[in-house]
Design a protein around this ligand. Structure first.
Ligand SMILES: Nc1ncnc2c1ncn2[C@@H]1O[C@H](COP(=O)(O)OP(=O)(O)OP(=O)(O)O)[C@@H](O)[C@H]1O
Ligand SMILES: [Mg+2]
Length: 448
């Protein structure tokens, strides 16, 4: 698989999904860049400044206590620190760092980072052994410094070390993207609804169904334009069908009347081989005219209904068997489809009749394929098959491989064209292949 098609597979399939992606990608990218810059620059700088200040204060305290008479001033120093620096300090003479609990509770990466920065600052400024204990629950940080004759304990609230604005910035960024997305989804939905509706209508037209009267052009200009074009096309097709039906009714009447007259006159003539031949010709002509008219009439406005394809196939195959054909039928359990039953039966009869005409054994099968999206009907036979260069040709009206339109070898060459028209009116496809049984295979795909 090429890179391009792999990439295409990853893309969402619907317009909705794609347009959301187009919106989300830049937002995410922007947020990622902003977050990176914020943390890399602003947050780190803030943290190191805060740590710098705290470390400086702790170092000053340590210096003062270590100085001459320093330890006598501890009370004053503690008061001063509590009032002005937000630090609680005390001094334990004679103690060592090892007298205190040293293990730190588990901290998240953000606190850990602050601790590391503070640790580095303290190391640089205090230059004595020290320990930092962070208390996640109480929101206090304890710094203990080993002095020459005791331990200096400093407790400071965590807010002296953490800049709280970082949370707000991140929350704001997440919040704003959620709001943006929500608005985008709302608007996109409304924009896409008319396109979806148009797709449904187009698909109904393909199946030869009527357009629901509630459908009217709406949405963005392009979509309205396309909808209007569809409605126009639908009108034109309907008009053509009505015209064709009217013309056929006339032609049918005009042709049949002289033929009937001829048949009557022939019946009155004395019997003889010439008269017999003429009678046969008239019969052939009648049969052909009927076939042409049937074809030209099309599916005749039959409305689609939910039908069990199994019933139709059963009937077609039973009919063939009655005529002595050897037909093997195999079907899925549930084949309920939206069909025009009479037209579909005619289509299938045409195909099975062809197989019967040219072969001895017939295999008919109907199955769901493509996860039930399609129903595939195959009609196989073990006859001579249709030459590859003729497989499209024979779907044209009046085309026959053997070219004889003689009654003894069969019809007029309208069986397959009619079958194709019916299948197309159902939104399906029909074509010929080579059968695994050696003869021809007709394949029909119908939307499931
Ligand atoms: N199963 C088949 N095996 C071999 N040839 C076939 C088969 N089905 C169709 N053909 C060829 O395709 C041609 C066209 O078929 P089509 O059904 O359209 O017409 P027809 O059977 O000759 O006449 P009609 O069906 O109108 O009575 C046939 O004349 C035949 O040559
Ligand atoms: Mg035929």
């Amino acid at each position: 698989m090429s890179l391009k098609s792999r990439f295409k597979k990853l893309l969402p399939r619907t317009i909705f999904g794609r347009s959301l992606l187009i919106l989300i990608m830049p937002i995410l990218l922007l947020q990622a860049i902003t977050t990176y810059i914020f943390f890399d620059r602003h947050w780190e700088k803030m943290t190191s400044r805060l740590a710098f200040a705290v470390a400086g204060e702790v170092a000053t305290m340590a210096e003062v206590l270590e100085g001459e008479g320093g330890q006598t001033q501890i009370d004053g120093l503690a008061r001063y620190a509590a009032q002005n620096l937000d630090l609680l300090i005390s001094y334990v003479p004679g103690a060592g760092l090892e007298d205190y609990q040293m293990t730190n509770s588990q901290v998240d990466w953000r606190r850990q980072m602050v601790m590391d920065v503070l640790s580095a600052e303290l190391k640089a400024k205090v230059r004595r052994p020290f320990a930092i204990i962070i208390d996640t629950d109480e929101k206090w940080v304890d710094v203990r410094v080993q002095l020459d004759s005791g331990v200096l304990l400093v407790s400071l609230p965590q807010r002296r070390l953490f800049s709280s604005s970082s949370y707000i910035v991140i929350l704001w960024m997440i919040g704003s993207s959620i709001i943006l997305l929500a608005i985008a989804i709302l608007f996109m939905r409304n924009q896409i609804r008319p396109i979806r509706r148009l797709a449904v209508v187009a698909e109904r037209l393909g199946r030869g169904l009527d357009i629901p009267s509630s459908f009217k052009p709406e949405g963005a200009w392009e979509v309205r334009q396309a909808s209007r074009a569809f409605l126009d096309m639908h009108e034109r097709v309907k008009r053509q069908i009505t015209q064709r039906a009217a013309m056929l009714a006339g032609v049918s009447h005009d042709l049949r009347t002289p033929l009937t007259r001829m048949r009557l006159q022939l019946a009155m003539l004395p019997e003889g081989p010439d008269v017999e031949a003429l009678k046969q010709d008239v019969l052939d002509m009648e049969r052909m005219i009927n076939a042409y008219l049937d074809f030209a009439k099309g599916e005749g406005g039959e409305q689609p209904v939910r039908t069990d394809l199994r019933v139709i196939l059963d009937r077609v195959v039973a009919g063939m068997k009655r005529q002595g054909a050897d037909v093997h039928l195999e079907m899925d359990q549930d084949l309920s489809l939206l069909l025009r039953p009479v037209a579909m039966e005619r289509c299938l009869t045409n195909i099975v009749t062809n197989a019967r005409k040219y072969a001895r054994h017939i295999w008919v099968s109907a199955h769901h394929i493509e996860n039930g999206e399609l129903v595939e009907i195959c009609v196989d036979d073990d006859g001579p098959g249709v030459p590859e260069d003729q497989r499209e040709e024979v779907f044209k009206p009046f085309v026959r491989v053997d070219q004889s339109r003689n009654a003894s070898t069969g019809g007029v060459g309208l069986g397959l064209p009619i079958a194709r028209e019916v299948v197309h009116a159902h939104g399906g496809q029909i074509w010929l292949e080579t059968s695994p049984h050696g003869g021809a295979r007709a394949v029909i795909h119908l939307p499931g």
